[in-house]
Design a protein around this ligand. Sequence first.
Ligand code: HEC
Ligand code: HEC
Length: 339
Amino acid sequence: MFRRFIYKLGILIMMLLISGCNNSNSASTEEKLEDSEPMIVDSHRGKTLMETNCYICHNPSLLEHNGRIGPPMIAIKARYLMDEPTKEEFIAGLWNFLDKPDLEKAKMKGAIEKFGLMPYQPFKKEDIEMIGEYLYEFEIEEPVWFKAHWREIHPNRAYRNQGKKVVSSKALSAGEIGLTYATETKKVLGMKLMGTIQKQGLKEALSFCNAQALQLTDSMAASFGATIRRISDKPRNQLNKANEAELKHIGYYKSAITNKHTLEPIVEETNEDVHFYYPIVTNDLCLKCHGSIENDIQPDLLSEIKSHYPEDMAVEYGVNEVRGIWSISFQKDEKKKPE
Ligand code: HEC
Ligand code: HEC
């Protein structure tokens, strides 16, 4: 981690040296920045909000097609800046779409074709304004393939991404990274599960879990460059069966819940990689498919479950019990990524 940070810092200093004259050339963005504002800051709330709320689907990962859930944020920034808005207009444009995404308001028809319309999520207006300010004023991370991709679609029109920079003064710890992967994946799975239950009912939700749960965790994993698995000591799908080390961790979390201890991630590091474990705990919703056969699971749903999973063990749970763990591994210094 630390090495990577130093490496990034080096690149940044180099870029500053090279582009030093560019800045005084004052392209239109830089003119709009107040002179007194520093060009490099060590944090911006909009960046953090963007990374937690939008990067599940809009992260700047290496993947160009398969495994992406949405376009990288730079694609959105570039497209929304094509209309040459002021900062206020840019922010208002984002909110106009996010407040209630619909096909008529959408500008990115190609993205809709590829990924489907962005699902509605209840964002706070202040948060979107912060994110908008960050996107407008700052240079944001873009995937290496993006420039060529944009040139294909808009051969005669460059996009703009220069601006202020955030240089974070502290790198995330391995535990923090693992936890981000787990919570982000959980959010996406949870959102799809809830959405399907609400719109189409439990049976459809069951086939969603059956057909897509593994696929979705895999695609999240691919976009993070990590391995992400949901593991259980009483698995429904035998592919999710715990190994010996994982069984030990599950046992640990079970006793932690019984003894009302806080549930902290378990992080095991070697020189090269990080293994991260975090409990998956049941709530009311889970019981509809993982609860008591007598009282919680509808009989027709149960027979459906049995037909897909003849060896199913994942029943008879109550609320606030350890259903399993996230088992996540990733490499420490991301050699794969040409930064
Ligand atoms: C669950 C996935 C998901 C999350 C989370 C998400 N988006 Fe999106 N978003 C998409 C997809 C898919 C598209 C491409 C289809 C489209 O344009 O509607 C998209 C498109 C967009 C567009 C372009 C809409 C258009 O076509 O004009 C904007 C703007 C946008 N997202 C902003 C955000 C912001 C800001 C956040 C975080 C606060 C965010 N999104 C979080 C999935 C997501
Ligand atoms: C609509 C039914 C349904 C609901 C509701 C549901 N699950 Fe599942 N769950 C499944 C199915 C089906 C699988 C097997 C997925 C597969 O084949 O990969 C599964 C698998 C899992 C796994 C992977 C380990 C295993 O047993 O294969 C975990 C962990 C899990 N569920 C936790 C939860 C939690 C926690 C909740 C509540 C937040 C929940 N589930 C709600 C149907 C459901």
